[in-house]
Design a protein around this ligand. Sequence first.
Ligand code: G6P
Length: 369
Amino acid sequence: DSVERGEYRHYMQKEIFEQPRAVADTLEGRIGPHGILPNIFGIDADPILEKTRAIHIVACGTSYHAGMVAKYWIEQFARIPVVVEVASEYRYRDVVVPENTLFVAVSQSGETADTLAAMRESRRRGYLATFAICNVPESSVVRESDLRLMTRAGPEIGVASTKAFTTQLTAFALLALDLGRRRGLDGAKYLEHCKELQSLPRYIENALKIEPEILRIADHFINKQHALFLGRGAQFPVALEGSLKLKEISYIHAEAYPAGELKHGPLALVDENMPIVAVAPNGPLLDKLKSNLQEVRARGGELIVFADERAEMDDGTEHVAMVRVDGGGDLIAPAVFTIPLQLLAYHVAVQRGTDVDQPRNLAKSVTVE
Ligand code: G6P
């Protein structure tokens, strides 16, 4: 056990630090000088992806959050409408399936009972085809799907998913760009984004270097009972994933909100006992986010901000901590900003003395309903 963990104290920490490699492996042999290589989704993929006019993404837990990020990308690049739903809801709902809709199942294990049942149910619902994004080649989800793209995270032992998530984002970015190319995404933009995606391992490597800063911030959470995570756009699901990590392993109640929704409820909770973690990448929504943060600060909330290196944050907003992250371009920023949130949850849990790799009441793979 300690041999496998090497220098790391927990599997989760090891898996967080394996992400540059896991993402690089997931990209390996999938992008060439002219973009995404043919047949990476299977030899039957071409006619199906050409015909796809809508997408339904179904998953549980962390995999569901990856699907939520994908919705932003696919709609932006390919202008194809995407619905994302948790499998336990999808399977019992009377879903409307438009013509030529692709069903996408996302699962690290490929054995999650609800996801598998949803996929089987989808067979009766008249989809164009089923597509799996999965980390285990011999799993049921992969065996039963028409098309697939394997993540190559390697075995994930920690119950709280880390490298599975960033490799799922990588797989979805490939799918979104491929669909974009088929549906009118500008050729130069497409190639630029392919390059950007190839740089993701480097940006993750760099983001991991902020661990010492995170250690100091984690101190701050030890005696807290609640935390709020904020993000906007494709960083909203990243905030959701950050809050899930914190609750899973540190047992602190955490919620995530799209920052613009703050004024419609959660602002009432904000006081000095509520740390607020905000993800602030550089982009068109930055100014909006900054005014959301001022609303928090005005109510005495303690702000911990993960801001892009290029984001101008010196607007007088006080904060408990501001950590700078080089998020790269728009496409990869959600994966890059996931890193500090994983590290934060990890170090808070370590300091609170929980069983990080085996949190109470949770299982790595939930194979019964
Ligand atoms: C469990 C795990 C989570 C995981 C979820 C979905 O709840 O604890 O980490 O995200 O199942 O698992 P899957 O294998 O389908 O991605």
